[in-house]
Ligand binder design. Structure first.
Ligand code: PEP
Length: 256
């Protein structure tokens, strides 16, 4: 089992553009598995497509599963066809909102400034915000990992954020969905660096902010990765779609 952590870890599943009403069965299976673990072992979040949030609300009631969204618009309402605001997502049951995922930074050309505005909107709507940062392979090859992550962290963090509002997800872009992961030492280096920046931003409270690792986490490597210092959980894509795989990761924090 992963070493007892000082912060309550979070294991968050990002379903991306996957999932239909029939996926409710995965949620129900996951809820059953979670009964095999102490409630305090870790927080569990599922971020389905926005279309499923409301429908999933009744399935997570009375379970440890909290719902999250994968993105939000930076404004509260208005003429933004096709967009969904943080307030709407909260209204549909989201307790968390992911912002700045690399797929959005790439596919939708999202800048740090936009991610920052979205994070501020999520907080204003009363949600916790999971801010994603991470370098591309080219940036790692040029030894620009810490510079890139430091810049993203500084510029994506809203002025209004308190330590209790935010979770940081370090996701090397080249590790997402590829089956490749950094070495434990590389993960520890970046997470330690992020922790130092959180102390600089929040003072002593920087120690309470959870830093998740994301990028090809699966049952086979979860125990090892989640035990690394300053890794306070995982943001999981592909392996969160099937309850069996997701539970295989969550149980790294122990099972009865
Ligand atoms: C992600 O998209 O946030 C992610 C970590 O994906 P995967 O686990 O599939 O690499």
């Amino acid at each position: 089992m992963a070493k007892k952590k000082t912060r309550t870890p979070i294991v968050a599943g990002n379903w991306k553009m996957n999932g239909l009403m029939s996926s409710k069965s995965e949620l129900k299976t996951l809820a059953k598995h979670l009964k095999k673990q102490s409630k305090s072992a870790c927080d569990v979040v599922i971020c389905p497509p926005a279309t499923l949030l409301k429908a999933f609300q009744s399935d997570v009631k009375g379970t440890r599963i909290k719902l999250g969204a994968q993105d939000c618009h930076q404004n509260q309402s208005g003429a933004h066809t096709g967009d969904v605001s943080a307030q709407m997502l909260a209204d549909a049951g989201a307790k968390w909102i992911i912002v700045g995922h690399s797929e959005r930074r790439t596919d939708h050309k999202e800048t740090d400034a936009l991610v920052c505005a979205k994070a501020g909107a999520a907080i204003a709507a009363g949600c916790g915000v999971i801010i994603c940062v991470g370098e591309t392979e080219a940036q790692r090859d040029k030894k620009m990992t810490l510079r890139t992550v430091g810049r993203q962290l500084k510029n994506s963090m809203p002025e209004t954020a308190n330590a209790g509002d935010v979770v940081i997800a370090y996701e090397p872009v080249w590790a997402i969905g590829t089956g490749r992961t950094p070495t434990n030492e590389e993960i520890a280096e970046v997470h330690g660096f992020i922790r130092s920046k959180l102390f600089a931003r929040f003072g002593d409270e920087g120690k309470s902010v959870r830093i998740l690792y994301g990028g090809s986490v699966k049952p086979a490597n979860a125990r090892e990765i989640l035990a690394i210092e300053n890794v306070d959980g995982g943001l999981v894509g592909g392996a969160s779609l099937k309850a069996k795989d997701f539970w295989g990761i969550i149980k790294a924090y122990g099972a009865k």
